[in-house]
Ligand binder design. Structure first.
Ligand SMILES: Nc1ncnc2c1ncn2[C@@H]1O[C@H](COP(=O)(O)OP(=O)(O)OP(=O)(O)O)[C@@H](O)[C@H]1O
Length: 487
């Protein structure tokens, strides 16, 4: 059994009439989406206390308990919140953020939240960033665009940082943006783990296409939205209009396709839409968390068609890519963050870019709140919970890399047979730290250092201990490297 559709009544010009149950469901979905987009940490820090007080004059009234939180949410999430609200409740003019005690969405949806003088409006800009749909796609005046998700203005090619893990996906996306529906690139199927940039790339393609031709009918939506709209069309016996709308676009983008797993009717409809568009020479761009071949629960015939164009993987980020992303985002935010702090984040938060952004936002907020620049000493404190949740075990590779970097020697020397002092001493330091900072046994450590014997490792550990006792400067140096590895 598939989930019930979101069936908000059509908006009037001034008021939007939404039943209490629908309002609560829509609000829950908006919050869920925000949480998914910004990550758990950021969501808990800034957005959890947000409540929907109701709708008044076509504006959603959202409350936060303090002025600081209200301002923060307005400045950092205001646009996003407005776009999500408008996507869920088409016809709303905007969102008003207030400082007020919590008040849930109720049957008296039109009742305002406790009035406060600090209300701020996030009204829609004059030309909302929604891809154009042609008259045919707009149906018979029922508001054509409202089932197409708005594009995020931040997600363009300009703001997408390219590195080894995403260069292929990025190149494919660029190619499709330059020349849609070229054989071999249709469909474009982007896949990868959570928060690695699939949605960002899809929006970037849509923005680029729009820039080239503002009239080009491009439709972007999540697979979830596709399903809700399809079920709503079924319920209102209006599937013809649904199909006509979809089939009149030139480019169709459907995000998070894994959502269709096990939803047989929706999959069937999607399959037909897909075939109709491809046969008509339209471009399709899809994303999922797995490659088509690994999407179990998707019918074989659909799976085969999904792989028929180009399949591009967004790989897990590397340290270098994470650092470049942080540098770019700090630069865009106009804040100076010491390189060491960015390196710390890039090293410690290896899961996905969304969490990385969350940590960076926290640092920026902290610096702005207290008017003090963040330092390598204060960053671990400010980010304690985030760092704890990303705590990862140090590996011998990490240690070798850091020691090689410190002594300005090539990483390969760690495993080489050379015995000159310039490489032998740093190698001994790396062996010593590997014994101190990992759970690896002496033979295991030896293997990582060019298959050396465990007695060589033991000798290195003893030698470094001895030298540290005899030479304060050397002891300080080793302690410093250790500290850098541990923060
Ligand atoms: N290479 C990159 N350069 C700049 N920002 C990036 C990059 N990759 C990801 N991001 C940012 O990380 C956040 C998460 O990316 P996005 O939403 O595109 O991930 P996703 O792969 O669609 O995740 P999900 O599987 O959760 O839908 C976004 O804010 C996005 O701008």
């Amino acid at each position: 059994m598939e989930t019930a559709p979101d069936d908000f009544s059509r908006p009037g010009t001034e008021a939007v009439s939404v039943a209490a149950g629908d309002l609560a469901t829509a609000w829950a979905r908006i919050r869920g989406r925000l949480r998914q987009e910004v990550g758990d940490v950021e969501y808990r820090t800034w957005l959890r206390q947000m409540t929907l007080g109701g709708i008044e004059d076509g504006t959603a009234l959202v409350s936060l308990p303090t002025r600081f939180l209200r301002d923060w949410v307005r400045d950092h999430y205001g646009d996003r919140l407005r776009l999500l609200v408008q996507a869920e409740m088409p016809g709303l003019r905007g969102v008003e953020l207030r400082v007020a005690s919590a008040r849930p969405a109720t049957a008296e949806a039109a009742a305002p939240a406790a009035e406060m003088p600090l209300a701020e409006s996030l009204l829609a800009p004059p030309a909302p960033p929604v891809p154009a749909m042609p008259a045919a796609a707009a149906g018979n005046g029922a508001g054509g665009n409202e089932w197409v998700a708005p594009l995020d203005p931040r997600y363009t090619f300009d703001t997408f940082v390219v590195g080894k893990p995403n260069e292929f996906a990025h190149a494919c996306a660029r190619r499709v943006a330059e020349a849609p529906a070229v054989a071999g690139f249709n469909p474009l199927f982007l896949y990868g783990g959570v928060g690695l940039g699939k949605t960002h790339l899809m929006h970037a393609i849509a923005w680029a296409l729009r820039e080239g031709n503002p009239q080009l009918p491009v439709a972007y939506m999540s697979a979830e939205k596709f399903m809700y709209r399809f079920i709503a069309a079924l319920r209102s016996h209006n599937t013809t209009e649904f199909k006509t709308q979809l089939r009149s676009v030139q480019v169709l983008m459907v995000d998070d396709l894994q959502f269709l797993i096990g939803k047989d009717n929706t999959q069937e409809e999607f399959f037909h839409t897909f075939n109709a568009l491809i046969d008509a020479g339209k471009q399709i761009i899809l994303s999922a968390d797995k490659a088509p071949t690994d999407l179990s629960g998707i019918e074989d015939r659909l799976r085969t068609r999904l792989s028929a164009g180009i399949v591009a993987d967004l790989h897990a980020t590397t340290y270098e890519l994470r650092l470049s992303i942080l540098q770019a985002k700090a630069h865009d935010a106009g804040v100076e963050i010491p390189p060491r702090v960015l390196e710390l984040l890039a090293r410690k938060i290896a899961s996905n870019v969304r969490d990385l952004e969350g940590a960076l936002n926290r640092i920026v907020a902290h610096a702005q709140l207290f008017g003090r620049p963040i330092t390598l000493e204060t960053a671990p404190e400010v980010l304690a919970d985030i760092l704890r949740s990303h705590d990862r075990k140090l590996s011998i590779d990490d240690i070798q890399r850091k020691v090689a970097e410190h002594y300005n020697m090539r990483l390969t020397e760690m495993a080489s047979a050379r015995r000159s002092r310039a490489v032998a001493r740093p190698r001994q330091v790396a062996m010593f730290l590997s014994k101190q900072l990992t759970q690896r046994s002496l033979p295991e450590i030896g293997r990582k250092f060019g298959n050396r014997d465990h007695t060589t490792v033991l000798h290195a550990v003893n030698k470094v201990t001895e030298l540290m006792e005899a030479d304060a400067a050397f002891a300080e140096e080793v302690t410093l490297i250790r500290k850098m590895l541990e923060t």
